[in-house]
Ligand binder design. Structure first.
Ligand SMILES: Nc1ncnc2c1ncn2[C@@H]1O[C@H](COP(=O)(O)OP(=O)(O)OP(=O)(O)O)[C@@H](O)[C@H]1O
Ligand SMILES: [Mg+2]
Length: 481
């Protein structure tokens, strides 16, 4: 069963349907579904799938040749005996073949050519430049290491610089897509799904584990997936990231660990890791801009280029969880002491999910019709104060608090009251609306009648409109409790 990726397939089809040759790079974090996407795209087309293993050229050529024979034999004269002695010969053959017939060629794990034959990058470039005008080839290079792929194609000094027509960065499924995916094979409640998503993110590969590992209890599932001698995901962070960072992975890892623990400013990260502030700055910028593992956030009211109030966070739910609960305790893993990991998980996972739920709600707000088109949607903080969701344009301001709890009406009112107090120090003008999001809210309808926005998990998961009724003219004062 292949799920979604409709926009990606559509884009690939539209590139492929144009006459001539085109060079597309599909990249993205390991396990995100690049191979599955490339194969799905190939399914109804004449094409060749080559997996670039770390082997020597002769062995690879044997495999590639088999793939050609399997797929193209009916188009080749029977007397023709294929025999390639170099990758260059093979690639030239494909380019020539495509003069007569449009064809797709996928090189999966393209970056591995550097182990097989580093010079191939430059010969591929020469052949491409020479022949692409006359041929009809859709060339897909698929690669897993974001940093490496960027270097290979976006660095001026590299031969393939400037040859790519389309870069497609494949992202994990978003929260809603991921839930749809999981529901095709497992009956997971929305509440459990928020917990599972907080740890696994929208990664198809990890979500597929729920087929075997989910039996009605999210915590138990995560326990089995991470905190056990035979758990399949305990080592996953190493498997996926070590190669990305190479020899100096430890410094990158310690920074990611610090961020996952809630040390989010350069100063805090430097204090935590013992790395110099200047060094931390360099790593942070690399991790944010080049590798794209971190996000640099500023309060929603501040200019991102000017403010010094920054907070870093991990983009990927899985890495965030893995650094926080596995890598952080790795010394105990090595001792086979999983109880310490479990205790940490039991004690700190609820707050961890709370932060993830805030993120989900912000995304929900971003997609909702607010009655105005916000210039920005984000978090806001100043000194000790914080507001979970702030959205505004020149005339309207929406402020919301998010709780991963089941709220009584009184609690909800208290939170809203406090929010109104805090709103006075937010440097924004305009008509203010106040709202609250929680797992469930007692008296949700009453609050709405009072003019507040109130959403629970059911609203979020079903993407129900945030503003069910027009707010103008509604009362916004707190009634006596
Ligand atoms: N759109 C999808 N629908 C259904 N299953 C998917 C989808 N995308 C990925 N998967 C499944 O998730 C798993 C990981 O996907 P895949 O192997 O394509 O990822 P990848 O990005 O190529 O990872 P790697 O870096 O490990 O090669 C596979 O079992 C695959 O079948
Ligand atoms: Mg793959």
């Amino acid at each position: 069963m292949f799920y979604d990726r409709e926009r990606e397939i559509e884009k690939l089809n539209s590139l492929h349907s144009q006459p001539g040759s085109t060079f597309v790079v599909i990249y993205g974090r390991r396990r995100v579904g690049k191979t599955a996407l490339a194969r799905e795209f190939l399914r109804d087309k004449l094409g060749l799938y080559f997996f670039v293993g770390e082997k020597d050229e002769a062995l690879l050529l044997e495999e590639f040749q088999e793939e050609i024979e399997k797929n193209l034999s009916e188009y080749l004269p029977s007397y023709l005996k294929l025999k390639f002695s170099t990758l260059e010969e093979l690639f030239e053959f494909i380019l020539d073949f495509s003069r007569e017939k449009k064809i797709v060629v996928v090189f999966d794990e393209f970056q591995n050519f550097r182990f097989v034959k580093p010079l191939f990058f430059s010969s591929l470039q020469k052949l491409w430049d020479l022949k692409k005008e006359e041929s009809n080839l859709t060339l897909l290079a698929v690669g897993s290491y974001v940093g490496m792929i960027k270097r290979l194609f976006m660095d001026r000094k590299e031969p393939l610089f400037g040859r790519v027509d389309e870069f497609m960065k494949l992202k994990p499924f978003d929260f809603w897509k991921a839930y749809g995916f999981v529901r095709e094979f497992a009956g997971v409640s929305p509440q459990d799904f928020v917990e599972l998503y907080s740890a696994l993110g929208g990664m198809p590969r990890y979500l597929l584990y729920l087929k075997r590992y989910y039996s009605g209890n999210a915590r138990k599932t995560l326990d089995d997936l991470f905190f056990d001698e035979f758990a399949p995901l305990t080592e996953e962070g190493f498997n996926v990231l070590k190669l990305e960072f190479g020899r100096y992975y430890r410094s990158y890892f310690s920074i990611l660990e610090a961020v996952s623990l809630g040390h989010v400013t350069p100063k805090e990260i430097s204090d935590r890791t013992g790395l110099k502030l200047l060094t931390v700055g360099k790593y942070l910028s690399e991790l944010t801009n080049h590798y794209e593992y971190l996000i640099r956030e500023v309060p929603a009211t501040e200019n991102p280029g000017k403010t010094r109030k920054v907070a870093y966070s991990l983009r990927d739910e899985f890495f965030n969880f893995w650094f926080r609960f596995v890598y952080h305790n790795y010394q105990h893993v090595e001792e086979g002491d999983f109880d310490t990991l479990r205790d940490d998980f039991e004690g700190n996972f609820p707050a961890f999910v709370g932060r993830e739920y805030e993120k989900i709600v912000r995304e929900f707000v971003r997609r909702s019709d607010l009655g105005f088109k916000p210039l920005r949607v984000g978090r806001w903080w100043h000194k000790g104060e914080e507001i979970d969701v702030v959205a505004y344009d020149r005339k309207n301001v929406l402020l919301m608090e998010v709780k991963w709890r089941d709220l009584r009406e009184r609690e909800a009112l208290k939170i809203l009251e406090n929010l109104q107090r805090k709103s006075n120090i937010v440097p924004l003008r305009g008509e203010k609306k106040y709202g609250i999001a929680a797992r469930s809210i007692e008296g949700k309808e009453d609050l709405r009648e009072e003019g507040f926005l109130a959403v629970d998990l059911q609203d979020v998961i079903n993407q129900r409109p945030l503003c069910p009724s027009p707010l103008s003219g509604s009362r916004q004062s707190i009634p006596p409790a």
